[in-house]
Design a protein. Structure first.
Ligand SMILES: O=C(O)CCC(=O)C(=O)O
Length: 340
């Protein structure tokens, strides 16, 4: 997702890269259906992800599971106007956690969560730069959580989206900070082809000087439609493209008569704002029906120190208690701090 609010409206300028930084390679694809040794698989995923800033995991869901998500979301998709976010022939529909139980398998998919945990929790690319309060530099793990859930339904005649980096979202310019801020995914819920708008990705762009060096000479906008060489995330329904918040990417043009339905699920560091407010998208009355893991993943947790408490210094799980009412004194049921 790219940011669309005023604070980010001014184009950010970045350096044109030389031709030799543009990669002629294709996306590296991994088949989840054939994994026998998960540890080796994850090592390979991480190595490719580190090199290219994007990978595809095939068969992460079955086509039936992908279809079930579309089916559950169909009434919401069909009642959403086109163009709400600026792309005229597309529809974007969120709140997947609350609206589609079938989406939960994708949102909490083991392969994706393991990658997120290494990239965001462990900052495996920048480990020595980890600066956690009251820890030695390079020590500890950053908390992370779900940041966005969104069906991206690209209709016929939709033009290509400008190339951009997800990390343009955060208002603060993090270029040069050596921090992985978010991991983005695009699930193919229908087959993605070059003709129907498979996502464009610029391999290796997460390592360009405009993101690694905040003082790099800047001559190019993040959002500019550019001539950078891209690869296309063509994939069967049930596969998922995973990329870093620093990787240049954008939806392709749809020149077919059918719709390209994808599901964009992003994960970000817990001390950054969620792009899609999960507490509104999945309010307590729905969140309390979810598993503990899903509750934590969407943010009903106090991941570190005081971060994310509410009301009377309460951890968010209190908001999920059946009888809790923030306007009723004492409904937290605590007599002493030991009850927390
Ligand atoms: O739909 C796609 O393939 C990519 C969408 C995207 O990158 C975005 O909106 O930020």
């Amino acid at each position: 997702m790219f940011c669309e609010f005023d604070a980010c409206a001014e184009p950010r300028i970045y350096r044109l890269v030389s031709q030799d930084q543009r990669s002629p390679r294709d996306l590296q694809k991994f088949d989840w259906a054939t994994v026998s040794d998960e540890e080796v698989f994850v090592e390979q995923l991480l190595a490719a992800f580190d090199l290219d800033g994007a990978i595809v995991i095939e068969n992460a869901l079955s086509s039936v599971e992908a279809e079930a998500i579309v089916e559950e979301m169909r009434p919401f998709i069909d009642s959403t106007p086109h163009g709400l976010h600026g792309l005229e022939k597309s529809r974007r529909v969120g709140a997947l956690v609350a609206r589609s139980r079938a989406s939960h398998k994708a949102i909490a998919h083991r392969a994706v969560l393991v990658l997120c945990d290494a990239a965001l929790g462990g900052q495996y690319r920048f480990g020595n730069e980890v600066r956690i309060i009251q820890r030695e530099r390079g020590q500890g793990r950053y908390p992370w959580r779900l940041g966005l859930t969104q069906i991206i339904d690209v209709g016929p005649s939709q033009e290509r989206q400008g190339l951009h980096r997800g990390n343009g979202l955060w208002v603060h310019n993090f270029a040069g900070h050596k921090l992985e801020l978010q991991i983005e995914t695009m699930w193919a819920l229908t087959d993605f082809t070059e003709a129907n708008g498979a996502t464009h990705v610029v391999l290796g762009s997460h390592r360009w000087s405009d993101v690694t060096d905040s003082d790099a000479e800047r001559t190019m906008t993040w959002y500019e439609k550019s001539s950078f060489q891209t690869v296309r995330a063509t994939m069967k329904a049930g596969s998922v493209l995973v990329w870093t918040g620093w990787t240049l990417h954008g939806a392709g043009a749809n020149t077919t008569e059918s719709r390209r339905v994808g599901m964009n699920i992003d994960y970000s560091l817990s001390f950054l704002s969620q792009e899609e407010n999960q507490f509104l998208a999945c309010p307590p009355e729905i969140a309390r029906t979810l598993s503990d893991d899903m509750r934590r993943l969407i943010g009903y947790s106090q991941p570190a120190g005081a971060l994310n408490y509410f009301a009377d210094c309460l951890p968010p799980r209190y908001a999920l208690r059946e009888n809790y009412d923030v306007t009723v004194p004492g409904s937290h049921g605590m007599n002493s701090s030991k009850d927390l």
